[in-house]
Design a protein around this ligand. Structure first.
Ligand SMILES: Cc1cc2nc3c(=O)[nH]c(=O)nc-3n(C[C@H](O)[C@H](O)[C@H](O)COP(=O)(O)OP(=O)(O)OC[C@H]3O[C@@H](n4cnc5c(N)ncnc54)[C@H](O)[C@@H]3O)c2cc1C
Ligand code: SF4
Length: 333
């Protein structure tokens, strides 16, 4: 690990001012915020992240979870994944988020991992984590070892010829289905970013993963008020039952009236280069009977643009079955 300066700012303003001196907020950033450290410290040990300055934000008052005036929820950036998953309001009204968080990592990791850190966790593509291998995300222009190499775990939606890495987060998939908003305090003031606009597709610049700029500190995430009577499910399929990332996952929030789908929000995990909201599946569901045939049609629509690599064509059918099962479970809950 390279040596770095460790900074404990007095407040958010000082934290943002220091971070704003960075050349980039993306891969290769010379200044990084430190939250739970479960992504950042790992990558620093591997020399994939080499910040010269690390700003510890754990003492900033950003860890509360509280109701908003409109009946939604405000989640602090440093609220721990375990606290969020077990919060009574989240368990009762945003069950899909609680289920997604509890399906991730391990109890120990969830006790450390934070909301903002989870939003910004990096891909688990093995070549990204190995500095001996070419990787456009880690080192722009060096190539992509995964396209001709080991890609079983990698993405089938949103890929480019430059990068096929999966976004590994479970929490983000639930937040996409819940239409969360990410709140950022930066050197030019504060702004709110809809979840669907926060992560970027790899395109020709896979090292740019989000819309964040130098200095941008995520302060909190808000969820809109829960939809009365909606059914919520997060289903994660993986190689083993715990401590494993998704091969495919689905977050669904649906409302059913008189046997038909009145409203649907659908997002997929483990298959996209970003948390994958599927307006195609949502459109296929709304107004249709809540039955297996229509759930399968929605799944076909969600995966229509899927582009498999040499080792991961199985994910297309797996993701479809995952979504159908999640919808069935929600519909019969
Ligand atoms: C063995 C293992 C298994 C795992 N399994 C899963 C899994 O199954 N599912 C899953 O979803 N995740 C899994 N994870 C990932 C885990 O959820 C993330 O590592 C964690 O959520 C990151 O949060 P953190 O607070 O530790 O982030 P950190 O490591 O502290 O930070 C991560 C990044 O976010 C930036 N950052 C942090 N806070 C802010 C902020 N407020 N504003 C701006 N930037 C910020 C940091 O600078 C850094 O770049 C696993 C991790 C490990 C190590
Ligand atoms: S898939 Fe992306 S992260 Fe993996 S080697 Fe290729 S460029 Fe790097």
């Amino acid at each position: 690990m390279k040596t770095f300066e460790f900074i404990r700012p007095a407040d958010s303003v000082a934290a943002v001012a220091t971070a704003a001196q960075a050349k980039t907020a993306q891969q290769g950033a010379d200044v990084r915020f430190l939250a739970g450290g479960t992504t950042l410290i790992d990558l620093m040990k591997l020399n994939v992240e080499t910040p010269a300055r690390v700003i510890d934000i754990n003492r900033l008052p950003l860890d509360t979870i509280e109701a908003t005036r409109d009946g939604g929820l405000k989640i602090g950036a440093t609220a721990r994944n375990s606290d969020l998953a077990n919060h009574p309001v989240v368990k009762r009204q945003y069950a899909v988020l609680s289920q997604a968080l509890l399906s991730g990592a391990s109890a120990q990791l969830r006790n450390m991992a934070t909301t903002a850190g989870n939003l910004l966790q990096r891909t688990r593509c093995m070549y990204f984590r190995d500095t001996a291998m070419p990787c456009n995300k880690r080192e722009p222009g060096s190539g992509c070892a995964a396209i001709t190499g080991s890609n079983r775990m990698l993405a089938i939606l949103g890929t480019s010829e430059h990068c096929i890495a999966t976004n590994p987060s479970d929490m983000c998939v639930a937040m996409a289905a819940l239409e969360a908003t990410i709140h950022v305090h930066g050197s030019k003031g504060s702004r709110a970013i809809p979840m669907g606009e926060f992560h970027l597709l790899p395109g020709a610049t896979p090292h740019r993963e989000t819309v964040l700029e130098p200095g941008d500190l995520i302060t909190h995430v808000t969820l809109p008020p829960p939809v009365a009577g909606s059914k919520q499910v997060y289903l994660k399929l993986r190689d083993r039952a715990s401590y494993e990332f998704a091969l495919a996952s689905a977050a669904v929030v649906i409302s059913i009236r008189e046997g038909s789908v009145a409203r649907a929000r659908v997002a997929l995990g483990g298959v996209g280069t970003k948390p994958w909201r599927s307006p195609e599946a949502e459109a296929a569901l709304v107004g249709q009977r809540a039955d297996q045939a229509n759930f399968r049609r929605a799944a076909e629509a969600a995966l229509r643009e899927a582009k498999p690599q040499s080792e991961n064509a199985f994910k297309i059918e797996l993701a479809k079955r995952c979504l159908v099962h999640a919808l069935q479970t929600a519909a019969t809950a």
